[in-house]
Design a protein around this ligand. Structure first.
Ligand code: NAP
Length: 274
């Protein structure tokens, strides 16, 4: 065997072993347990929910998850009033969006905008930034401080069910800043004592993001290709997250604080589709 043949042989063996290890990891992640959800008759639940004349607000409606969530809520007409709370006014061409209320706030002075958070039954938070975009302090400010302050104002304003889009691996004791901040904000909001607090911990969001994020783009290409075989191991379509949030709004009698891991979100999103 020539030197070249032996190098190729070793490379192929390495690739084969690497592929088997990666497949085993994905198989393991894919087959973790998932929460049990009651069987849902979605049209009946929706009809009953509409009858309650509830209102909601969305934080982060201009972001990728927030946009899809908003579209689901508008199309399904579950709330009598939807308020978008954000740092800028959004424009919509579709007439279906004309009844939305928009509150433009300065997140650095949220106490001055307490009125924007008054009188909503349900709150959805899809707010967030990245360390690359905002720096370490900016990231903590947005993903922890803005989110927690908003939750406090919402609770004081009468909100009973708060939904938080957090992240897979969130853990306040983590040594990774991102996971630590996500875990800390979950824990701090839990302390507020909402009647119901739903925490969603999605893995990498599969979405054609408008903003350029090269590392996330690469991860999405790789995970997107694998998602047909391993749909929940390390990623999730953004529609699943939005639909799970909507479905979970319709179910009553759930725990006061619930954590939905990636697979739970995926399964609930599938059950709660139109
Ligand atoms: N990307 C992922 O793969 C992934 C995975 C798991 C969890 N998550 C988490 O899921 C959540 C939603 O993610 P996404 O990708 O849907 O969000 P996104 O597209 O990045 O949107 C973020 C939202 O937060 C707002 N925002 C950002 N910085 C702000 C600031 N300084 N002041 C006020 N508002 C600000 C944005 O408003 P503007 O439009 O005005 O900028 C936008 O509405 C985030 O908390 C994220 O950490 C993401």
């Amino acid at each position: 065997m020539s030197f070249e043949e032996s190098i190729w042989g070793k490379l192929l063996s390495f690739l084969a072993v690497f592929t088997v290890i990666v497949a085993a990891i994905f198989y393991y992640l894919e087959n973790t347990d998932s929460a049990e959800f009651p069987r849902m008759d979605v049209p009946v639940l929706e009809e009953s929910f509409r009858g309650k004349n509830k209102s909601c607000f969305i934080l982060g409606a201009s972001g990728e998850t927030g946009k899809v969530l908003l579209r689901e809520l508008v199309e399904r007409k579950l709330f009598t009033k939807i308020t978008l709370i954000g740092r800028r006014q959004l424009t919509f061409e579709d007439n279906a969006y004309e009844n939305l209320v928009q509150e433009v706030v300065d997140f650095e002075k949220l106490d001055d905008y307490a009125a924007a958070f008054q009188g909503h039954d349900v709150g959805y938070c899809c707010l967030g930034t990245t360390k690359a975009k905002a720096g370490t302090e900016g990231f903590i400010r947005v993903d922890h401080d803005y989110v927690l302050k908003s939750a406090e104002l919402a609770k004081a304003g009468g909100c009973s069910h708060f939904h938080l889009e957090s992240s897979n691996g969130a853990d306040k004791t983590s040594s990774f800043l991102y996971l630590k901040v996500k875990g800390q904000v979950e824990a701090d909001i839990e302390e507020l004592g909402f009647d119901r607090f739903s925490i969603y911990r999605p893995a990498v969001l599969l979405v054609d993001r408008q903003e350029r994020r090269p590392a996330e783009w690469m991860a999405r290409k790789f995970l997107g290709a694998l998602s047909s075989v391993f749909p929940t191991a390390m990623s999730i379509p953004i529609e699943s997250v939005a639909r799970a949030m909507v479905a979970n709004t319709l179910i009553e009698g759930q725990k006061k604080v619930e954590i939905l891991e990636n697979k739970d979100i995926y399964n609930l999103g599938k059950m709660g589709g139109k």
